[in-house]
Design a protein around this ligand. Structure first.
Ligand code: AMP
Length: 282
């Protein structure tokens, strides 16, 4: 595995790979890798000849009062995980490489960036879309892998790829969970033992609603009430919404199209997100 820090070096490393006609898979991450990231890596290895992973804690997607400075990092551990996983190239640029002085051009998602996380993290999806677009241009993959855990991010990235005619297949990988149901996240490490226990309310609420849905419940209010009841254990509910899975607008009541239950909540000072797709035939 090559660990690469600059765009110029990355381009050089990819020349031979492309000449050989190899299919390049790409997994963008912010590092502090866990089994969720590794599922994306496995999917990439299964569906491409050469896999590139990026590790970049992207400053433009963090708000001024968010955790950019304290975001968990362990580069040597991540590098070993990538090597052991059979990654060909680990791209780990520093912030100046991605945002040199005078940088001023952004990708601005519109409607899909407004609800859910977008309503509470102004500018977040602009930062995400910008960095993903830049990384796509640097790596020029054939296929890129994203986790369903970040449901709105998947919608924004898919839309951006279509809108900007990026010739990249976007594959969404299901959320990987701890044995007790908690969605894996680099931010879970912020939780102390007691908070970790209370954080389970989120996945338990989503699973309870999914069970109710699978038993035939289609009433939006009753499904939301099921989740909300469990969410009493979190410290602050930021949002709980049931949205159309494609346009992210509030789902019609009763449900007639595939929808996603999306939650963001604070446990202690840690902000956690999770979601559950309630699938109906289109
Ligand atoms: P991050 O490092 O948090 O920016 O995540 C990098 C990629 O891994 C994104 O596409 C995430 O959606 C994905 N990811 C994070 N957590 C999980 C998880 N628990 N299951 C599946 N994918 C995940």
């Amino acid at each position: 595995m090559q660990t690469i820090k600059t765009v110029a070096e990355l381009r050089r490393a990819l020349i031979e790979i492309r000449k050989a006609g190899k299919r390049v898979g790409f997994v963008p991450t912010m590092g502090y890798l866990h089994d969720g990231h590794l599922a994306l890596i496995e999917a990439s290895k299964a569906q491409s000849d050469v896999s590139v992973v990026s590790i970049f804690v992207n400053p433009t997607q963090f708000g001024p009062n968010e955790d950019l400075g304290t975001y968990p990092r362990d580069f040597l551990r991540d590098e070993k995980l990538c090597r052991d996983a059979g990654i060909s190239i680990l791209f780990a640029p520093d912030a100046k490489e991605i945002y040199p002085a005078q940088f001023q051009t952004f990708v601005e998602p519109s409607e899909l960036a407004k609800p859910l996380c977008g309503a509470f993290r102004p500018g977040h999806f602009r930062g995400v879309a910008t960095v993903v677009c830049k990384l796509f241009n640097m790596v020029q993959p054939d296929v890129a892998f994203f986790g369903q855990k970040d449901f709105q991010q998947c919608a924004v990235v898919r839309r951006m790829s279509v809108d900007l005619n990026l010739p990249i297949e976007i594959i969404i990988v299901p959320t990987v969970r701890e044995a007790d149901g908690l969605a894996m996240s680099s931010r879970n490490r912020y939780l102390n033992q007691q908070e970790r226990e209370r954080a389970l309310a989120i996945s338990r609420g989503l699973f309870a609603a999914a069970e109710q849905f699978n038993s035939g419940e289609r009433d939006v209010e009753r499904l939301l009430a099921t989740v909300k009841q469990r969410l009493a254990a979190v410290d602050r509910l930021e949002y709980l919404d049931l949205v159309d899975s494609v346009n992210l607008k509030p789902a019609g009541n009763p449900l007639r199209t595939t929808a996603a239950l999306c939650v963001a909540a604070y446990v202690g000072s840690t902000r956690l997100i999770d979601n559950m797709v309630l699938s109906l035939p289109a």
